[in-house]
Design a protein around this ligand. Sequence first.
Ligand SMILES: C[S@@+](CC[C@H](N)C(=O)[O-])C[C@H]1O[C@@H](n2cnc3c(N)ncnc32)[C@H](O)[C@@H]1O
Length: 261
Amino acid sequence: MLEIKKRINIAKSFGSATESYDVSARLQRFSGKHLMPWLPNRNDLSVIDLGCGTGFFTEILSGRYQQVFGVDISTNMLNYAKDNRSTDICWLEGDAFSLPFASKSIDLVYSNLMIQWCDPIEKVISEVLRVLKPGGLFIFTTLTDGTLLELRSSWSKVDSDKHVIDFKTLDHLTDACNTAESKLLESREQDVVLEYENVLHLAHELKGLGASHVPSKTNKGLAGKDKWKQMIHAYQEFQEPSGVYPATYKVFSGMVVKLTS
Ligand SMILES: C[S@@+](CC[C@H](N)C(=O)[O-])C[C@H]1O[C@@H](n2cnc3c(N)ncnc32)[C@H](O)[C@@H]1O
């Protein structure tokens, strides 16, 4: 599928989840808060929240910094953010692959759980570096290989279609951050295991987040009822003695600096 078409579909998927997003976003809240200690203390900075979604963290950033832009590819997400967040924020519809900012104009790009939707990731990092001033920071979280391993394994027992997006490996991500003009200053990996009452609860949460869209899925329709039953049966392998169903998220946090020369 053409890259641009993939991105339009990702935007639609997130757009359709705007109203349910905030109540489903427990992982996003956790990972976004974990980035806070890395934020620079100076407040006279121009900041982008890239892939800002409903603007929860954009609002926190606007309480700390002089000029804050919330950028997202989904019009619905941005409309929700405009209606519900601080009026001090400048909301812009934009694609991480082609940001609506001049080169070397921004001090800090913050991005929480967005870049796993971007392929190739090198292009997005290069675009972020273009807009950053020398010495500027890119502070982000993303998900790596092994995320949703229980769901991937359960579907693999049913058919060979792609039901979970491909997450980058740690090495790939690290290499992408260390370029001729940038250096990964800090990084952290954490396994976050969320618990679900049942597999449908997990499926509803992913849908509620707009994160159930898989760009390279072969069969675009919903899997049939029988396939779902088989997958749910296979997921029982992971059920904990307490009865809950776990889902693993491998959260990577990174701080990249744009080198000055
Ligand atoms: C999982 S949500 C995270 C939202 C927010 N950062 C948070 O912490 O709640 C991912 C967001 O990235 C946006 N997104 C996905 N691909 C994008 C792209 N290429 N450019 C800009 N935004 C994108 C989606 O529309 C969605 O709002």
